[in-house]
Design a protein around this ligand. Structure first.
Ligand code: DHB
Ligand code: FE
Length: 281
């Protein structure tokens, strides 16, 4: 990696903390009983690990220093979304019959510009990568099309960077809210994203290096699909043959979420069809 891209990766981490504070609405008011239960179990699991693995003072102090550094780097959103969110998503969506969900990750921005299908995502002149036509239908679980469904889509560019988190990208680059047509069909022209390495130059990167792990997520499209009277689903789609589809650092790949694009008839990049199924509200 060049010094320039390393600087960009660090900025993405800190921006994720600022954005989380600005955008995330969460209900406070968890009951005392629930806080007692969850906090006791988490603290208990840490203590159990220490006792079973005979953790030393050196290791305890290394942990303390590292936890302090994660906050200073602004990398708590990254850490949690990579190593924890997939379980929260599994619990949240375990009763759905429609399209499988996946993690939101740290780089969602609400209220992206609305575009009617067929749409081309905002991108720079000469945006690098392979053109991708991403299309399909949004239906209910019985297969009935949902006209006017919305497909919120955001993804990294060909270098793995997200607009509004890495500097130098236009504000809404590769982000939009696409409105499906009267048949529930959507057609989106974009560029295929690249495999994505979570920032390696901050404290999450230090953990990965110290543990001998890798930092890669497979290339992915982020999506939020919704329609009146139906439950919004947050998901991701991946690409068959991607080197990291089998060992995602964020444990967020599911077999139902892997696309297999084919070359476009006009020789201009690839196309793929994926139909979304929404559960009733
Ligand atoms: C992270 C980045 C992503 O693009 C994603 O989808 C999930 C997690 C991260 O850096 O934490
Ligand atoms: Fe992502």
């Amino acid at each position: 990696m060049t010094t320039e891209t390393q600087a960009t990766a660090a900025a993405s981490g800190a921006n994720a903390t600022d954005r989380f504070r600005e955008n995330k609405k969460f209900a406070a008011g968890t009951s005392q009983e629930r806080v007692d239960l969850l906090a006791s179990r988490v603290i208990g699991a840490i203590n159990q690990t220490i006792l079973e693995e005979k953790v030393t003072y050196d290791e305890y102090n290394a942990l303390k220093a590292w936890l302090i550094q994660v906050g200073e780097d602004g990398e708590w959103p990254l850490f949690l979304d990579v190593w924890v969110e997939h379980s929260v998503e599994q619990v949240a969506n375990e009763n759905r019959g429609g399209t499988k969900g996946s993690i939101e990750g740290p780089y969602y921005i609400p209220d992206a510009p609305k575009l009617e299908s067929p749409a081309t995502l905002p991108m720079r002149d000469g945006e690098q990568g392979t053109p991708l036509l991403f299309q399909g239908r949004v239906t209910d679980v019985a297969g009935k099309p949902l006209p006017g469904a919305t497909v919120e889509i955001w993804h990294a560019d060909d270098l793995g960077f997200y607009s509004q988190f890495a500097p130098g990208l236009p504000e809404w680059n590769l982000r939009a809210t696409v409105i499906a047509d009267q048949n529930g069909d959507y057609r989106i022209h974009t560029m295929q994203p690249a495999p994505y390495q979570i920032p390696t130059d901050g404290s999450c990167g230090k953990l990965i290096a110290a543990a001998g792990w890798h930092a890669w997520r497979p290339a992915h499209l982020h999506l939020k699909i919704s329609a009146p009277g139906h439950q919004l689903i947050t998901s991701q789609l991946y690409f068959k043959g991607d080197e990291h589809v089998g060992d995602d650092i964020a444990s967020a790949v599911k077999p139902e979420l892997i696309l297999d694009p084919t070359p476009q008839a006009d020789g201009n990049g690839c196309e793929v069809t994926y139909n979304f199924v929404l559960d009733a509200a």
